[in-house]
Write a protein that binds this ligand. Structure first.
Ligand code: ZN
Ligand code: ZN
Length: 98
C-alpha cells in the first residue's frame, strides 16, 4: 500500500482565497492570508478524525524554540483549541488586522 499525503488546493471558507499546497512535504492546514483553519483534526494535525467541520479562528501567535511560530486556532463551533505550525508564506500580520 502506498501512502499519499493529502496535498490538495482548497478555497478558504473565511476569506475566499484559493490556497495552493506547500512544496517539500510540508502540511498546510490553514489559509496563509487570513490564517483561519477548519476543524477537521481531532487529536493531532492531519489526523482528520474530527466530525466538527467548524471554522477555526486564529486567536494567538506563540514562538516555540523548536517549532518556530505557532498559531493557536479556536473552533468557532465547539470551542476546541489546536496549536499549528505556521507556513513560510503565512501572513503573520493577519491577526492584528481585525
Ligand atoms: Zn483565508
Ligand atoms: Zn469544532
Amino acid at each position: 500500500m502506498v501512502f499519499l499525503a493529502r496535498q490538495e488546493p482548497f478555497v478558504c471558507e473565511h476569506c475566499g482565497s484559493a490556497v495552493a499546497p506547500l512544496e517539500k512535504g510540508s502540511y498546510r492546514n490553514h489559509c496563509p492570508r487570513c490564517l483561519w483553519s477548519k476543524h477537521v483534526d481531532d487529536i493531532g494535525p492531519g489526523d482528520r478524525a474530527s466530525l466538527c467541520g467548524g471554522l477555526m479562528e486564529p486567536v494567538h501567535l506563540d514562538y516555540d524554540g523548536k517549532k518556530g511560530w505557532m498559531v493557536l486556532h479556536r473552533c468557532t463551533v465547539c470551542g476546541k483549541t489546536i496549536p499549528n505550525k505556521t507556513a513560510p508564506d503565512d501572513d503573520m500580520t493577519a491577526l492584528s488586522k481585525e
